[in-house]
Design a protein around this ligand. Structure first.
Ligand SMILES: *[C@@H]1O[C@H](CO)[C@@H](O)[C@H](O)[C@H]1NC(C)=O
Ligand SMILES: *[C@@H]1O[C@H](CO)[C@@H](O)[C@H](O)[C@H]1NC(C)=O
Ligand SMILES: *[C@@H]1O[C@H](CO)[C@@H](O)[C@H](O)[C@H]1NC(C)=O
Ligand SMILES: *[C@@H]1O[C@H](CO)[C@@H](O)[C@H](O)[C@H]1NC(C)=O
Ligand SMILES: *[C@@H]1O[C@H](CO)[C@@H](O)[C@H](O)[C@H]1NC(C)=O
Ligand SMILES: *[C@@H]1O[C@H](CO)[C@@H](O)[C@H](O)[C@H]1NC(C)=O
Length: 414
């Protein structure tokens, strides 16, 4: 190919969207006699090895998890990054809109349509169109402003400039408080939120509402997105214990079981069973590396993250392709090494935790052996696939020196 001004212009244009190393490779292979151009001041910048493109390619990160699997904690690793626009569970609004509120059981009207609406919203958020949320937020926003944005305080970008001029950081040491941000910042201007999104390099979204990774396929194949899926899993026995604490009303029968050691006949086993099925199905799909998921899927066990937060966080950032920032490291240091002995997860429904290791294991002291055995039977395949050991006695269950997490590496797919 000839090395013409046209080629150079092409390279300049391309530089807006392609990483520096890719540009350099392109430059060197297309134009072996490129050097003479460097004498022209207009193009000198292109020649310098220190040259960095104006805009790095945007990453679209999905923290794909299940309820009470440690996703709030894991989400903080992304939320703390100044170049990441993080949204905590925007799909809540879609689910609310699709749920028949007049029915006592709050049934979802149409599962397939719901999943389609989830994907639409994700795509629009990844392209920073926060106005798309207005279709689902109840009550309906007026003049693109809303006071009903779900868990807004969990998103750093939605509580700091330019969205909120008064925004101060909720420091990591503050007790989690879901109301501080609306109190400080007033209603949320979705236009400003969109601008804030555009001004940050990357977008990360956390959700626990998509059942299986296969439900995301049209997004991984979408050429407008560079989707990176972090699949967060956790020991189902721990998930159940955590749900029992957080949603006591819903789990009344389980709590009776836990307290008496006798299984009530009306206890609902379907929820934990489908959680396990979905978790295993997604992990199997991801580890099989189908072409539409290749390089886009990382399996992370919450326990590994809780036991070695620094290493795991580094692995996550490497997979995502974003440089880890000092602020993320500081947050990890502050929130995982503390001496707080009572795991704070139990004190607050949605809090992250100060002592990640103790929290990850605390279920073993709080769950009756009977229930543990039942979950082991219901989730046998899932436990085996993800490397969680069965316990065979109460003593084994309560002995925290005996690890229930097998050493495993789930290789990042590249
Ligand atoms: C919502 O549920 C109620 C009660 O089960 C039912 O009568 C009504 O038809 C449902 N509405 C829709 C739109 O399905
Ligand atoms: C929301 O922000 C935009 C952009 O700054 C501004 O033009 C608009 O007036 C704001 N809306 C309201 C209701 O304040
Ligand atoms: C934990 O507490 C012990 C004793 O109170 C103290 O020596 C140690 O420095 C503390 N560690 C951290 C990380 O605060
Ligand atoms: C189960 O019961 C024990 C007491 O027997 C209690 O300490 C624990 O908090 C209960 N666990 C849950 C998850 O409710
Ligand atoms: C779980 O499955 C394995 C094989 O995958 C089997 O050997 C084991 O007996 C099963 N355990 C239970 C409790 O069902
Ligand atoms: C607890 O587990 C460890 C490691 O498996 C073992 O060495 C120890 O004997 C166990 N302690 C009790 C009291 O069973």
């Amino acid at each position: 190919m000839e090395c013409s001004w046209k080629t150079v212009l092409l390279l300049v244009c391309a530089s807006l969207g392609v990483q520096y190393t890719a540009i350099r490779t392109l430059r060197d292979s297309l134009c072996p006699g490129f050097a003479f151009l460097c004498q022209d001041s207009r193009w000198r910048a292109l020649c310098a090895d220190s040259w960095v493109p104006v805009e790095l390619p945007r990453k679209h990160i999905l923290l794909f998890a299940t309820t009470r699997s440690g996703s709030s904690f894991t989400g903080q690793l992304l939320n703390q990054h100044p170049a990441i626009f993080y949204v905590f569970e925007p799909l809540y609004h879609v689910q609310q809109a699709f749920t028949n509120s007049s029915s006592r059981l709050r049934r979802t009207l149409d599962r397939r349509a719901l999943l389609g609406a989830y994907r639409d919203l994700l795509l629009n958020l990844y392209t920073c169109d926060l106005h798309f949320m207005e279709n689902y937020i109840r009550p309906e926003p007026q003049d693109h402003v809303t006071s009903a944005f779900f868990r807004r305080s969990s998103s750093h970008a939605l509580c700091s400039p330019p969205v909120c001029t008064d925004g101060v950081d909720a420091t990591a040491n503050d007790p989690p408080d879901e109301t501080w941000c609306p109190k400080k910042c007033g209603a949320l201007n979705l236009t400003l939120a969109s601008l804030s999104c555009l001004s940050r390099g990357h977008v990360a979204i956390k959700t626990v509402r998509v059942p299986e990774v296969g439900d995301l396929r049209t997004l991984t194949e979408d050429p407008r997105l560079d989707l990176k899926i972090i699949h967060l899993v956790r020991d189902p026995r721990a998930v159940l214990a955590s749900r029992m604490m957080a949603f006591a009303d819903q789990f009344r029968a389980w709590k009776i079981w836990n307290a008496t050691g006798r299984q009530p006949r009306y206890v609902d086993l379907t929820q934990i069973t489908s959680t396990c099925k979905d978790m295993a199905a997604s992990a199997e799909t991801g580890l099989r590396r189908p072409p539409w998921l290749r390089g886009r899927y990382l399996l992370v066990r919450y326990e590994d993250l809780a036991f070695s937060p620094k290493d795991k966080a580094a692995e996550i950032y490497k997979f995502v392709g974003v440089e880890m920032e000092e602020r993320v490291r500081t947050w990890i240091a502050k929130n995982t090494n503390s001496n707080v002995s009572a795991p704070s997860e139990w004190n607050y429904r949605y809090s992250t935790t100060r002592d990640s290791r103790a929290t990850a294991e605390s279920w073993r002291l709080r769950l009756g052996f009977d229930i543990v055995r039942a979950v082991q039977n219901l989730c046998n395949d899932t436990l085996a696939l993800l490397g969680y050991r069965h316990v065979h006695s109460v003593a084994e269950l309560r002995n925290l020196s005996h690890s229930l997490v097998e050493r495993r590496t789930f290789k990042p797919v590249t």
